[in-house]
Design a protein around this ligand. Structure first.
Ligand code: DHB
Ligand code: MG
Length: 213
């Protein structure tokens, strides 16, 4: 019996998700510049790039920019004329992310919009339909973000949502904190959603993914 653990993550990362100098600098800068140390891991970034490319994403949305690390990976997966719109509530994070998109050479493909996603998303619908949507923000918002994604992704479009495992809490038997219960319900909903073929990619903190049927 083989269990996925940090050695497997390191193996995947070394083979498939090695950083170039820009990604290395961005990854290192996020905690150093005082942003929360909750960014995705390299192998999760590579998976986002893979997903964006697999659905030939020309119009992508990210909910929760943080320092731009995940966005840089997504931007590098876009189709040649693709664009990423990334939403960030915290102006300081957005400022750092803009610097990082320039560093990664994708600033021309990424539009950072500052504000609460719940406020920004309704108007964003007019710029769709979208090919790809990555959700990585406050867990309370996930149900509404998934509603939006289902309404605004084209058939064959892909939705991905980070922290499926809530650092392992979702598989602990006991009743979890509120955010853990939200994530458990979110995972159940994705599994049962007839409009999605979905699963969890188990690297890092887990990525719930679904392709619109
Ligand atoms: C936390 C981690 C995340 O990746 C995230 O998107 C939100 C919160 C956390 O550890 O609290
Ligand atoms: Mg996250």
């Amino acid at each position: 019996m083989t269990t996925y653990d940090d050695r497997h993550a390191a193996y995947i990362t070394a083979l498939f998700a090695a950083h170039d100098p820009a990604l290395a600098a961005i990854y290192a800068a996020i905690p150093k510049r005082g942003l929360p140390a909750i960014t995705i891991r390299p192998e999760e970034g590579r998976f986002l790039q893979f997903l964006a490319r697999a659905c030939a994403a020309r119009r992508a949305v990210e909910i929760g920019t943080l320092g731009g690390y995940s966005g840089a990976w997504i931007a590098r997966g876009l189709a040649p004329d693709g664009r990423l719109i990334t939403l960030e509530k915290e102006p300081r994070h957005a400022e750092v992310a803009r610097e990082h998109f320039a560093l990664a050479g994708v600033a021309d493909r990424v539009d950072v919009r500052v504000g609460d996603a719940h406020t920004l998303l309704p108007a964003l619908a007019a710029e769709g339909p979208f090919d790809f949507c990555f959700i990585d923000a406050e867990k309370d918002g996930y149900p509404a973000y998934l509603d939006w994604a289902l309404a605004n992704l084209r058939p064959g479009g892909v939705v991905a949502a980070h922290n499926a495992f809530r650092h392992g809490a979702v598989v602990a038997g006991d009743r979890g904190e509120a955010a853990t219960e939200v994530m458990r319900a979110f995972n159940r909903r994705c599994a049962a959603e007839p409009r999605l073929v979905s699963t969890i990619f188990p690297a890092g903190d887990g990525m719930v993914v679904g392709v619109v049927a």
